[in-house]
Design a protein around this ligand. Structure first.
Ligand code: NDP
Ligand code: 2IT
Length: 449
């Protein structure tokens, strides 16, 4: 171990100590710090003035009570979070997650990842993340509305178009953003379109934002495949999840000639060798807000639902984990590799465990880390902010073509950075270094703050 790595080890030890009991944040920090040895050896100024220690410490962490009244007139209490991680490149920017697993460590890992992801987009946005341990499953529309309103009654004082701009994530889509925007508008008595992204089209949303994360992930994979002289045509794809990211990843795979064989939700997965019927998935998930298990009864012969087990047992050429963190383990990576997977891209944030990532690397599988592969969502959020600031509304084609261009740029930046630092093909290293350098340059320019 050289001295630079020793220094990073001690920074990591401090992160682990200071954020005890937050394994997801430790995991995300470790992965980035593992990549930084080479960049610090070449540019020692990046480790001066405790720059890396500062990058690992959120600028602000807000935790608050969210009381609300359910349909039975019972008072419920949830916990709300907003971690404002880094504002060197612009206002804090990142989604809000509603899921019972949410805690401060998960929000911190997401905010940390977001900082580098947002830097990779090249847009003027810092990194943040928020959420609540509220479980939207089984809740009525009115309960969702009351929860969102109570959440915003506290959050509103911490956000703003030049301060912090939240968006959606797991459990938060256009419906929830609408309820939160309405309450923000009422509390502040101003129509501040740029305070939230992922809004409905009629009141300042951007075309292609809904599709952006999934489309962007597939654009990234297309660039990786092109470098190897191949494409999506006829490829078998497996996509985990069946939420916002998964649905639009599937849509773009299909439009590029690929075949989607399986998708899932937290209850299990469906396999359809004739190709997943995406209209049916949209009907079940976007309209009915139902379960993936309903697919088989509605579709008929030729498909099956697997309640237990792993979707990664389904043989495929391309695997797109689009559900949640640490959903693809070492054992799954082994199976995928044995089944001949060519490329894996993280539509979700940190869905592959470190062991799985290592195995893909060793096997020579093309591997796209989340902070690069799923950056199309936040990039299009930044395009939404741009449209709001200029009081404009772009066509779908224009917005999608900007997204496409941004994803190609991110791919090329990761690839070229990996080469420059002596690790060709290592998109993890490339993404971490390219994102870090942008944030570090801005922080250096601003002095010790
Ligand atoms: P959605 O809420 O729309 O969908 C989430 C999907 O993942 C659902 O199918 C859900 O199943 C499944 N899922 C969630 N948690 C778990 C769990 N603990 N175990 C198994 N399955 C689970 O969220 P998104 O599609 O927006 O987000 C998916 C991932 O993509 C997340 O990691 C998010 O951070 C990331 N991401 C999202 C972006 C966006 O623009 N929305 C941008 C970049 C990244 P079920 O319904 O059964 O819970
Ligand atoms: O993880 C993510 O990048 C998001 N959930 C989207 C964030 C955003 O601000 O659009």
């Amino acid at each position: 171990m050289n001295t630079v790595d020793e220094k990073l080890q001690s920074i990591l030890a401090t992160v682990v100590h200071r954020n005890a009991g937050e394994p997801e944040f430790h995991q995300a920090a470790r992965e980035v710090l593992e990549s930084l040895g080479r960049v610090i050896a070449r540019n020692p100024e990046y480790s001066a003035d405790a720059l890396i220690e500062r990058i690992c410490e959120p600028e602000r962490q807000i935790i608050f009570r969210v009381p609300w009244i359910d349909d039975n007139n019972e008072v419920q209490i949830n916990r709300g979070f907003r971690v404002q991680f880094n504002s060197a490149l612009g206002p804090y920017k990142g989604g809000i997650r509603f899921h019972p697993s949410v805690n401060v460590g998960i929000i911190k890992f997401l905010g940390f990842e977001q900082t580098f992801k947002n830097a990779l987009t090249g847009m003027p946005i810092g990194g943040g993340k928020g959420g609540s341990d509220f479980d939207p499953k089984g809740r009525s529309d009115r309960e969702i509305m009351r929860f969102c309103q109570s959440f915003m009654i506290e959050l509103h004082r911490h956000i703003g178009e030049y301060v912090d701009v939240p968006a959606g994530d797991i459990g938060v889509g256009a419906r929830e953003i609408g309820y939160m925007f309405g309450m923000y508008k009422r509390l502040n008595n101003r129509f501040e379109a740029g305070v939230l992204t992922g809004k409905g089209l009629v009141y300042g949303g951007s075309r292609a934002r809904k599709e952006a994360t999934g489309f962007g992930t597939v654009f990234f994979v297309r660039s990786m495949l092109a470098l190897k002289g191949t494409d999506f045509d006829g490829k078998r794809c497996v996509v985990s999840g069946s939420g916002n990211v998964a649905i639009y990843a599937m849509e773009k795979v299909l439009s590029l000639g690929g075949k989607v064989i399986a998708c899932s939700d937290s209850g299990g997965y469906v396999v359809d060798e004739n190709g997943i019927d995406l209209d049916l998935i949209k009907q079940i998930k976007e309209v009915k807000r139902g379960r993936i298990s309903e697919y088989v009864a509605l579709k008929g012969d030729g498909c099956s639902y697997v309640k237990a087990g792993s979707i990664w047992d389904v043989p495929c050429d391309i695997a797109l984990p689009c559900a949640t963190q640490n959903e693809l383990h070492g054992g799954d990576a082994k199976t995928l590799i044995e089944n001949g997977v060519i490329a894996v891209a993280e539509g979700a944030n940190m869905p592959c465990t470190p062991e799985a990532v290592q195995m893909f690397k060793q096997a020579g599988t093309l591997f796209a880390p989340g902070k690069a592969a799923n950056a199309g969502g936040v990039a299009t959020s930044a395009l939404e902010m741009q449209q709001n600031a200029s009081r404009d509304s772009w066509s779908f084609a224009k917005t999608e073509s900007r997204l496409e261009e941004i994803m190609i740029n991110i791919h090329d930046a990761c690839n070229e950075t990996a080469e420059e630092y002596g690790a060709p093909g290592d998109y993890v290293l490339g993404a971490n270094i390219a994102g870090f350098v942008r944030v570090a340059e801005a922080m250096r320019a601003m002095g010790v703050i």
